[in-house]
Design a protein around this ligand. Structure first.
Ligand code: ATP
Length: 481
């Protein structure tokens, strides 16, 4: 049975907390808005998503290498990239509640209302109007569009709005010990610039030939005004970005290539294709030639999980101008020096985490053989990403069963994450593993002592079968590549 869609996000948030996936940050002090901590299973899942992305980029592509740049960068970086002047969102304040909102979020929420009321044409028309006005930076027009659609503040219930203004989203801090002499620096709002400023260092030291890519994962910070939807929109989050450097003139083909390749990466996890769609941008960012989002059907509707952008030579050219250093590549196939063009793929690790949880979560009603009913909460996490791959469960605490189970544990744990448990009835232990998404459980019972077989129980089908204990490691390994 599927959970009603309006209850799905609260159910996922509660489950994530109860089973050690995600906690509100500094919860004993009542939390901090839009900041979250990952617990024992959450940190494993997050690491597995990061590793899966990293492997697909740097191991499976011979022409992509990784870096790990610092969060702090020279402040001029953000002048050159345009973030100091342009990294802002149109915001509006409600005069009665004093609450501030992103204008696009208010209009998108209205469009969602239309969709839920069955008027998807109305929703599409509203979003199209919004895109056109945003592209033209027509703030008066946007305010009018809000008024036409009777958009009110959810706190005060009024439409008593200020004018629309732009707010910068970067966090700043001081570097240096003496306040008067210290310089303002920023916490990076994206990881991409660490790649651009290192373009030549990487190209030369790894002897890369165009086309080639540089991949990076790491923290980014944005002072999001409207913090909502759990880990979908955070103030501190992690990105997984890849910048692919190409010969000018080939960027159109490479953009198409990466658009398709990134969708296939998502589908390769076994997630249904109908839960994904592309959203091609009408309003292009200051750097972009072409851009799209890969959107996923989250519990609160289709929303961006990843962006693919054709950035031209904007970033490298800007850094050339501001640093007065050449950032060019000599292409010996055509005997020319040029500033390469860039295709970027940028995915939020935390958003991907929420995607996996949303897709995995199921409250399942079960009918037993005797006709009685039962239920379980199960996370159908793709085995390659599951926090724990194998639970090893001796049926009882005696008769030498724990010793045999420990032998299996010792054999498997160097290869993948295992979990050992002796306590409670076996059904209860299976349920706990279902709730954290463990794809395989093995039970060691008295028969194991005589014929060296164990019962393997599969999370999704709940099918059980006996296999030789000596085959367990291979059976699990084959499913988690
Ligand atoms: P949005 O429109 O949702 O604010 P964006 O278009 O500003 O996102 P990008 O700058 O393209 O996002 O960043 C790339 C990716 O980083 C996004 O697709 C998203 O997965 C992730 N991301 C961006 N902002 C946040 C955030 N505040 N919290 C979590 N993830 C984020």
């Amino acid at each position: 049975m599927s959970t009603p869609v309006d209850q799905l996000l609260p159910a996922i948030i509660a489950h994530a907390k109860e089973y050690g996936f995600v906690f509100p940050s500094s919860e004993i002090y009542d939390g901090l808005g839009a900041v979250y901590d990952y617990g024992p299973y959450g940190s494993e899942l997050k690491k597995n998503i990061r590793d899966y992305w990293w492997k697909s980029m740097t191991q499976l592509h011979e022409n992509i290498v990784g870096i790990d740049a610092a969060i702090f960068m020279h402040p001029t970086t953000w002048k050159a990239s345009g973030h100091v002047d342009n990294f802002s969102d149109p915001m509006i304040d409600n005069r009665d509640s004093k609450k501030r909102y992103r204008v696009d979020h208010l209009l998108e929420a209205k469009a969602d209302e239309f969709t839920q009321a069955g008027d998807s044409a109305g929703a599409t028309a509203l979003l199209a109007q919004m895109d056109t006005l945003l592209a033209a930076e027509d703030f008066a027009g946007l305010k009018q569009l809000m008024a036409d659609n009777k958009i009110v503040c959810s706190v005060s219930g009024t439409g008593n709005w200020t004018d629309i203004r732009q707010f910068n989203l970067m966090f700043s801090t001081q570097v240096g010990s003496v306040a008067e002499e210290s310089d303002t620096i920023y916490l990076r709002p994206e990881t991409a610039q660490g790649i651009f400023v290192n373009f030549l260092n990487v190209q030369k030291t790894a002897r890369m030939k165009i086309p080639f890519g540089i991949a990076q994962t790491g923290k980014a910070f944005r002072n999001e005004i409207v913090a909502r939807q759990f880990i979908f929109r955070m103030r501190e989050f992690e990105q997984m970005e890849m910048q692919f450097f190409v010969r000018p003139g080939t960027e159109g083909d490479w953009y198409k290539y990466w658009k398709e390749a990134r969708l296939q990466w998502h589908l390769g996890l076994g997630i249904a294709a109908e839960k994904y769609r592309f959203h091609d941008h009408v309003k292009l960012a200051h750097y972009a030639k072409e851009a799209c989002d890969i959107e996923f059907q989250f519990p609160f509707g289709f929303k961006e999980v990843e962006g693919i952008h054709s950035r031209g030579d904007f970033d490298l050219t800007q850094h050339q101008i501001y640093s007065k250093k050449k950032l060019q590549y000599f292409d010996n196939e055509i005997n020319q020096n040029y500033v390469p063009y860039v295709i970027e793929t940028s995915i939020g690790l935390d958003r991907m985490f929420l995607l996996i949880l949303s897709n995995a979560y199921e409250e399942e009603q079960l009918t037993k053989e005797d006709g009685s009913t039962d239920s379980r909460v199960v996370l159908h996490i793709p085995p390659v990403l599951a926090p724990v791959k194998l639970a090893i469960l001796p049926l009882t605490k005696k008769d030498g069963l724990p010793e045999v189970a420990r032998d299996l544990m010792n054999e498997c744990k160097p290869y993948f994450k295992c979990f050992y448990e002796e306590k409670d009835a076996i059904g209860k232990r299976y349920r706990r593993q279902d709730a954290i998404g463990t794809p395989f459980c093995v039970t060691i019972d008295h028969q194991t002592l005589t014929d060296q077989t164990v019962t393997v129980r599969y999370r999704d089908s709940m099918v059980q079968e006996r296999v030789l204990m000596s085959q367990v490691r291979e059976l699990v390994s084959a499913q988690i590549q």
